[in-house]
Design a protein around this ligand. Structure first.
Ligand SMILES: NC(=O)c1ccc[n+]([C@@H]2O[C@H](COP(=O)([O-])OP(=O)(O)OC[C@H]3O[C@@H](n4cnc5c(N)ncnc54)[C@H](O)[C@@H]3O)[C@@H](O)[C@H]2O)c1
Length: 354
């Protein structure tokens, strides 16, 4: 590590900490015995937010959950003042590309306007470090070779990636114009526990377990780089603590695979774990009409975070996928509650009545 910067955040405001990646970050950080600060998790609990994802840390004295909207500047301002927040780590977003194609409005409200309101609070507070979590999708689509670098021009293609790109630009502009201390990360596709089962990997695992068709877009040859979500959480914490202010870091998994390859790897894992016949699972593969404007290939050059902050992914794809398949097999109740919507009842019974 460069040894250059070491921030010791004492009071974090984490947005979107009940979602897939944010909850992994919350569990990761509170799992660090030497973290002596406090963490307020601000989450609106949209369809993608689930307090079960953070149930393991709910009673940790360093942790507090607040249900609310990042676009509510008054609420965020109050939280920052009351908790003397020194660091905001911003995960909250609308995150599903397909939803953004059907109904883009919420993506603009949360990803663009919501980020703007948070930045305004950070600007008013003066001494808050703002870490913005973003995606490699802002860079657009690659041909068969090459990889996104931090200086690759932005070329977002979906309403989701355009809204994330807009939020990245706002964050940079606040650093440039108002000298707001910021860091930014652009990460490739994540997989792992507690991912909402509308996304490729949990959807495929669920369908494999239930012998249902495995819908694959187009020819199945779109390439994504896959990173285990806990590795992303570690990268974010490393950047928050030691990233140079004003800088962006690309985060990737060295896990480039076509969607079809991912599905075949999952078939192998599910067959090994359940004893189901591989050929029967393979016959479930079904090609469906491609997503409009579907990006062909993403790949990430993450040499900057490797060299400056000594971060590399800990899990390779094979072991990460095995762990992920085991998680979903062992958490059928979680999957069922999310799929049927019963997790919302849990929320009503356990949270809203308080
Ligand atoms: N999942 C990935 O593969 C991936 C990869 C790179 C970057 N990212 C980024 O990581 C972040 C989190 O992604 P994710 O996959 O965990 O998403 P997610 O959809 O699983 O979770 C989003 C969370 O944000 C909350 N939220 C939504 N709108 C809110 C609002 N207005 N106010 C407060 N909370 C709100 C939701 O309730 C949910 O808990 C996003 O910014 C996304 O762009 C995700």
């Amino acid at each position: 590590m460069s040894g250059r910067v070491v921030r010791e955040p004492r009071s974090l405001l984490v947005t979107g900490g009940a979602g897939f990646v944010g909850s992994a970050f919350v569990r990761y950080l509170l799992g660090q015995a030497d973290f002596r600060g406090t963490l307020v998790n601000l989450d609106l609990l949209t369809y993608a937010g689930n307090l079960e994802n953070v149930a393991a840390v709910a009673d940790d004295p360093r942790y507090k959950f607040v249900r609310g909207d990042i676009a509510d500047g008054e609420l965020v301002g109050r939280l920052v003042r009351e908790h003397e927040v020194d660091t905001i780590v911003h995960f909250a977003a609308e995150s599903h590309v397909d939803r953004s194609i059907v109904a883009p409005s919420a993506f603009i409200e949360t990803n663009v306007v919501g980020t703007f309101r948070l930045l305004e609070v950070a600007r008013a507070a003066k001494s808050v470090h703002f870490h913005h979590v973003s995606t490699d999708e802002v860079f657009g689509s690659l041909g068969p070779t090459g990889a996104f670098r931090e200086d690759t021009p932005y070329r977002p293609n979906s309403p989701y990636s355009a809204s994330k790109a807009a939020s990245d630009h706002l964050v940079r502009a606040y650093a440039h114009t108002y000298a707001l201390p910021i860091t930014l990360s652009n990460c490739s596709n994540n997989y792992g526990p507690y991912q909402f089962p509308e996304k490729l990997i949990p959807l495929m695992i669920m369908n494999l377990v239930e012998d249902k068709p495995l819908p694959i877009y187009g020819d199945g040859l779109n390439v994504r780089d896959w990173l285990y979500v806990d590795d992303h959480a570690e990268a974010v914490w490393r950047i928050v603590r030691s990233g140079r202010a004003g800088e962006t870091y690309n985060v990737g998994g060295e896990g480039e695979r076509t969607n079809l390859e991912i599905v075949r790897l999952l078939i192998d894992c599910v067959a090994a774990e359940t004893g189901k016949a591989r050929s029967a699972l393979e016959s479930l593969v079904t090609f469906v009409r491609d997503r409009p404007g579907h990006d062909r290939r993403y790949a990430i050059d993450f040499s900057k975070i490797q060299q400056e902050l000594a971060w590399s992914p800990r899990r390779d794809l094979a072991s990460g996928l095995r762990e992920t398949v085991r998680f979903y097999l062992d958490h059928r109740g979680w999957l069922e509650r999310v799929r049927t919507g019963a997790y919302r009842d849990w929320l009503r019974e356990n949270y809203e009545q308080r």
